[in-house]
Design a protein around this ligand. Structure first.
Ligand SMILES: Nc1ncnc2c1ncn2[C@@H]1O[C@H](COP(=O)(O)OP(=O)(O)OP(=O)(O)O)[C@@H](O)[C@H]1O
Ligand SMILES: [Mg+2]
Length: 253
């Protein structure tokens, strides 16, 4: 089956090849876990590796911040924008939602003009102020996501979770139903240091790895590593070691 690769090796492996075309993926995590980085990497790799133009829709950061953040990974977003392969749009949830509802809206025209295949929406959390009613809010987000799919875009949407460490109590079941793929980024305290964990919670229409993997952010972006061997309770934020003998027998060489 055709896949839209993120170009992040370990992640594509977990996704059994990559995302499915014209689906929406929610990347949720605490501040600083790397949601924006993952999204930018998805867009950047799409352009340079597969010649798939991309759009970044932002509700919080100025485009200049993306240029700067991307540059720290060696990604020249300014040049890609000049070449017409990337477009960073700063807007509001209200405007973009209404824009996508009409035929021939601005986002649709830009996407067609560029031949855009990928979009990063950073972040979906800003939709929450559109309505205090969870049902209405869900309908708005649903309409927005469908609008993106209608344009033929494969979307990565970020969402902040307020909990720094600990159980994912902010896990939003409503949103989980609206998206096709749900990726969680988490801080994990281990051996007196903070590590980062990544988990693919669900992927509609495909099998995926259920492992909880370690990842790091380096000067090349996100790198997904091995599983947390010999630990349990990773998603609680403070894992325990499994029985040492078990680890000796099955994990250590
Ligand atoms: N060039 C780099 N090399 C290594 N790490 C970096 C580099 N640039 C950024 N980082 C790390 O990436 C993290 C920020 O990632 P990012 O902005 O993607 O997080 P986020 O989840 O989007 O956060 P927020 O919720 O605040 O938007 C920082 O904690 C920083 O340590
Ligand atoms: Mg961010």
């Amino acid at each position: 089956m055709e896949r839209v690769k993120t170009g992040i090796a370990g992640l594509d492996q977990m996704l059994h090849g990559g995302l499915l075309p014209q689906t929406a993926t929610l990347v949720e995590g605490a501040p600083g876990t790397g949601k924006t980085t993952l999204g930018m990497q998805f867009i950047y790799n799409g352009i340079v590796k597969w010649n798939e133009p991309g759009i970044i829709l932002t509700f919080e950061q100025f485009p200049s911040q993306y240029y700067r953040d991307a540059a720290s990974f060696g990604w020249d977003f300014r040049r890609l924008e000049e070449e017409g392969k990337l477009r960073i749009i700063m807007t509001s949830p209200e405007v973009s939602r209404l824009d996508l509802e009409q035929v021939g809206g601005q986002i649709e025209r830009w996407a067609r003009e560029m031949g855009a295949k990928r979009i990063l929406v950073d972040s979906l959390s800003h939709f929450e102020r559109l309505s205090g009613d969870p049902v209405e809010l869900r309908q708005m987000v649903y309409g927005f996501i469908n609008g993106l799919k209608r344009e033929g875009l494969t979307a990565v949407l970020t969402r902040e979770s307020p909990a720094l460490l600990g159980e994912a109590e902010s896990y939003d079941e409503g949103l989980a139903f609206l998206v096709d793929t749900y990726i969680l980024l988490r801080y994990v305290e281990m051996d007196s240091a903070i590590h980062k964990a990544l988990l693919v919670l669900k992927m509609r229409g495909s099998d995926h790895d259920k492992d909880i993997r370690q990842f790091t952010i380096t000067s090349r972006g996100i790198e997904v590593k091995s599983r947390f061997e010999g630990r349990e309770g990773i998603m609680s934020g403070s894992p325990r070691r499994m029985a040492a003998s078990f680890v000796e027998a099955f994990v250590r060489r």
